[in-house]
Design a protein around this ligand. Structure first.
Ligand SMILES: Cc1cc2nc3c(=O)[nH]c(=O)nc-3n(C[C@H](O)[C@H](O)[C@H](O)COP(=O)(O)OP(=O)(O)OC[C@H]3O[C@@H](n4cnc5c(N)ncnc54)[C@H](O)[C@@H]3O)c2cc1C
Ligand code: FES
Length: 543
């Protein structure tokens, strides 16, 4: 246990994040959220029933449910609470999930499609129960969701009809309307899904963390798990040499840090972009909106924040991670799209992006780690539905740890392989793409000289056989890292919109100076040196 005079660890990524999400309203609110989202690091060895690695929606939900099921639980996170994708979310709570029921039914059959619908509905109901029982003020609301045709093209209209039929067969309350009853998504037909929802994600996760601690659980932030072992002597080792001995481990790191390739080869990382601006809430219906564009747009209102502002939050423009450098244009396209539909919207003052993992056969991987011992559990492949998936993953993993039966077990089994031709096709395409990315090592650098890299920008430079990821910070100092991703060695690519190095293979992401943000890598990029232009190599301290 930590000593009582320990100070909470600061958010280690604070200096690296320049994107401000819609959830960090004003500096006073952000500071008070910060205090509630940071705990002390683990300072000595510990022992518990279950160690959860990762304090996002999945890790915290699993921890809360396990602690209430009588399992002494410890949560570790290398950043603050909700420092991963759970803070970048738009927090639509949907049973109308991204995989679409028409496709899920043809890939997995009607029975499994019903279980999928049931599990997402159970997740929203669970969030409601937790909010009520723990009195978490997080602006949770039940609202309708509308899936609208992005064009009058017959393919879009047929897609809506197919989805209405399959979603109804899966047990959802859904109806086809000739046109949206609310402004914002054109005047074509749409599906109305009842009983969807939304919430303020940071307030929910801060409240969930406190409820878990009130029940006797412990959270340590600023503590990275370096490795973990399952089996009879299960343990998690932190990078600074602390050991947590436990009976079971839940790997809730967004994408598992345990698994070499077996799960990563069956899901693909995608970046998704979000913009937000103040809007007069009286004129806009409080609903969830999605369209059938490829990639699709997603829209919601946020609750009124501490400064009295209501905001519209609009997302979309997804692309495979590491495959596009045009984030600025994507933000601009989203803003144009939103202004065409909501002309009275105020100036866009929040832009951010994040990553989702798309499973080849459309369903998440939740359960026993296929390559690990039977007491190591994972949850990943949540698509753009991580708030419902993270919650239902908490319910499922709680049951698996406690040896209870659960009807969703086979549906989300991480050991399954795609059986239908479309899923196999997606899997083959994504993996051919990964294989092709290794050829990057044979390509020339993106610039021939570091002098071509502007302040605040980054590029790959070739040095002999090596590729070097070079970033010039705003003061002119050059930061050089080896471009090899520590996961399986793909060459990282510069992402100018987020100022990160992103791995196009399985989605590891690093700050401009090489620090790990998101796995599956579990290490930083190898730092070579930092120096100002004009200084010779070696004159500057190694960083
Ligand atoms: C822009 C955007 C919009 C989205 N919109 C929606 C939406 O509207 N509705 C919805 O349901 N979903 C949405 N999603 C998806 C959803 O936000 C995510 O799927 C979900 O938050 C993932 O939660 P998680 O707990 O699995 O992972 P994360 O929230 O990423 O948590 C993983 C945690 O593990 C920690 N960690 C990683 N490695 C280690 C280590 N070695 N040691 C210790 N800690 C470690 C990280 O610091 C992090 O805190 C969106 C995502 C994005 C990016
Ligand atoms: S994330 Fe797998 S090689 Fe980079």
């Amino acid at each position: 246990m930590q000593s009582s005079d320990d100070q909470p660890s600061a958010d280690p990524f604070a200096a690296d994040r320049d994107a401000v999400t819609a959830w960090e309203h004003d500096s006073r609110q952000a500071r008070s959220d910060g205090r509630r989202l940071v705990r002390v690091p683990l300072r000595s060895d510990a022992e518990c029933d279950v160690c959860v690695v990762g304090a996002g929606i999945f890790g915290l939900t699993a921890a809360y449910l396990l602690q209430h099921a009588g399992r002494r639980t410890i949560v570790l996170d290398d950043g603050p609470i909700a420092g991963g994708q759970s803070a970048r979310t738009t927090a639509h709570l949907a049973t109308a999930i991204d995989g679409r029921f028409s496709a899920i039914e043809s890939a997995h059959g009607r029975d499994k499609a019903r279980l999928v619908a049931e599990s997402h509905a159970a997740a929203i109901a669970t969030i409601e129960d937790v909010v009520r029982e723990e009195r978490i003020a997080c602006d949770l609301r039940r609202v309708d969701g509308f899936l609208c045709a992005a064009s009058t093209d017959p393919d879009h209209l047929r897609a809506l009809h197919d989805e209405r039929d399959a979603a109804a067969r899966a047990g959802l309350e859904v109806e086809l309307l000739a046109r949206p009853p609310v402004r914002g998504l054109g005047d074509g037909p749409c599906l109305r899904f009842a009983a969807q929802g939304h919430l303020q994600p940071l307030l929910y996760l801060a409240g969930l963390a406190e409820a878990f601690e009130r029940a006797g659980g412990q959270i340590y932030t600023g503590t990275r798990a370096a490795s973990l072992e399952g089996g009879s002597l299960a343990r998690v080792l932190s990078t600074d040499g602390r050991t947590i001995a436990c009976k079971a481990i839940v790997v809730a790191t967004g994408t598992p840090i345990t698994d070499g390739v077996v799960v990563h080869a069956r899901q693909a990382p995608y970046m998704t972009y979000v913009v937000s601006a103040p809007i007069d809430g009286h004129d806009v219906a409080d609903v969830l909106l999605w369209d059938t564009a490829e990639p699709y747009h997603y829209v919601r209102l946020a609750g009124i924040d501490a400064g009295g502002t209501r905001r519209l939050i609009v997302g979309g423009e997804d692309h495979k991670t590491g495959h596009a450098r045009d984030g600025a244009e994507r933000f601009a396209r989203l803003e144009r799209w939103a202004r065409e539909r909501f002309p009275e919207i105020g100036p866009f003052d929040r832009r951010w992006a994040g990553q989702v993992f798309e499973p080849a056969d459309l369903l998440a991987f939740i359960g026993r780690d296929p390559l690990g011992d039977e007491n190591v559990f994972i949850g990943t492949g949540f698509s753009g539905n991580g708030y419902t998936y993270g919650t239902l993953a908490g319910l499922l993993v709680r049951d698996l740890v406690c040896g209870r039966d659960n009807p969703w077990r086979a549906v989300y089994d991480p050991g399954r392989f795609p059986a239908d031709a479309r899923s196999v096709g997606r899997l083959v395409r994504e993996n051919l793409d990964v294989a092709a990315r290794y050829a990057d090592w044979l390509r020339p650098g993106e610039v021939t000289s570091e002098t071509a890299i502007a302040a605040g920008d980054g590029a790959i430079v070739r040095r002999g056989l090596d590729r070097i990821a070079v970033y010039r910070d705003v003061d002119g100092t050059l930061h050089r890292c080896h471009a090899a991703c520590p996961h399986l060695g793909c060459s990282v690519a510069w992402n100018p919109a987020e100022r990160t190095w992103d791995c196009p293979c399985h989605g590891s992401r690093f700050t401009a100076t090489g620090r790990l943000i998101v796995g599956p890598a579990n290490d930083d990029l190898r730092v070579l040196e930092a120096r100002r232009d004009g200084e010779r190599n070696g004159e500057q301290d190694r960083v």
